[in-house]
Ligand binder design. Structure first.
Ligand SMILES: C[S@@+](CC[C@H](N)C(=O)[O-])C[C@H]1O[C@@H](n2cnc3c(N)ncnc32)[C@H](O)[C@@H]1O
Length: 251
């Protein structure tokens, strides 16, 4: 279980919104280009974090449910989409992506920024694929990204970034096995000018792509392929050569 804690959630909200802001419009455009998309403008965002992808879809008229294990990340998600939460167009739910249910179904289910690599093992991934399948409506889609083994090799380094308000030290460890770790710590400036410390260790489980394909088929997905974010309609011939891959699955 990897629910990001309060201090790290604050840093995440400040530092890592850009990934979702870049990727969300591309997923939205791809989904909207499908014939049946306009019939079902409902989105479930798994591992929604601070709600940045949700915000893009909300601004395009979608009803959005965000799911995350971390109450602290959900706090920022609600804050970042406040008007939509108040109007009932958005809601955020604390739950495990590996096992959840909803009474409604969704046209599109998304999981972004290696949220599913945070699941601990294949059983959890199977539970996630099953749960998503049950809540995906007719003609619906499931789009998520995964860091590949190749991509996680890039974690194996130390990086330091700093500006006036924040210092971040990120120590990644990956030995080529089935799990990569990142120990992220540093200091962030508070409103009163003092600095407070944050620290989080996260891991990514490696899910090789051919077993992922088999597991999706086993759990009831009919069509699927691997793609890059800038060409979501184009299946990749050699997805394991990519650092990050988008999985596009349909009912
Ligand atoms: C790298 S962040 C990505 C957040 C967001 N999708 C984005 O693009 O910014 C991973 C998120 O997955 C959440 N998470 C980790 N394990 C989870 C689980 N088992 N179920 C639901 N959320 C989980 C974390 O709390 C965190 O918010």
């Amino acid at each position: 279980m990897q629910a990001y804690g309060a201090a790290f959630a604050r840093v995440y909200n400040r530092q890592w919104a850009g990934f979702a802001r870049y990727h969300a419009p591309r997923i939205l455009e791809f989904y909207a280009g499908r014939n049946r998309a306009s019939e079902n403008l409902t989105l479930l965002d798994l591992g929604c974090g601070t709600g940045q992808l949700a915000l893009v879809f909300l601004e395009h008229g979608y009803r959005v449910t965000g799911l995350d294990l971390s109450a602290d990340m959900l706090h920022y998600a609600e804050d970042n989409t406040r008007a939509f939460v108040q109007s009932g167009q958005a809601r955020f739910v604390q739950a495990d992506a590996a096992a959840f249910t909803f009474d409604e179904s969704f046209g599109l289910v998304v999981s972004l920024f290696d949220a599913l690599n945070h699941l601990p093992d294949w059983d959890a991934l199977r539970g996630c694929f099953r749960s998503v399948r049950v809540v995906t409506g007719a003609g619906g889609m499931f789009i998520f990204d995964l860091n590949t083994r190749q991509g996680l090799k890039r974690w194996n380094q130390i990086s330091v970034s700093e500006d006036e308000d924040i210092l971040i030290v990120n120590r990644g460890i990956y030995d080529g096995g089935d799990r990569a770790y990142a120990h992220i710590n540093g200091f962030i400036r508070e409103d009163d000018g003092r600095y407070s410390r944050f620290e989080e260790t996260v891991y990514n489980t490696v899910f090789d792509l051919e077993p992922v394909r088999a597991l999706l088929l086993e759990t009831g997905w009919r069509e699927l392929y691997f793609a890059r974010i800038d060409a979501l309609a184009t299946p990749l011939d050699e997805p394991e050569r990519e650092g990050r891959v988008f999985v596009v699955a349909s009912v």
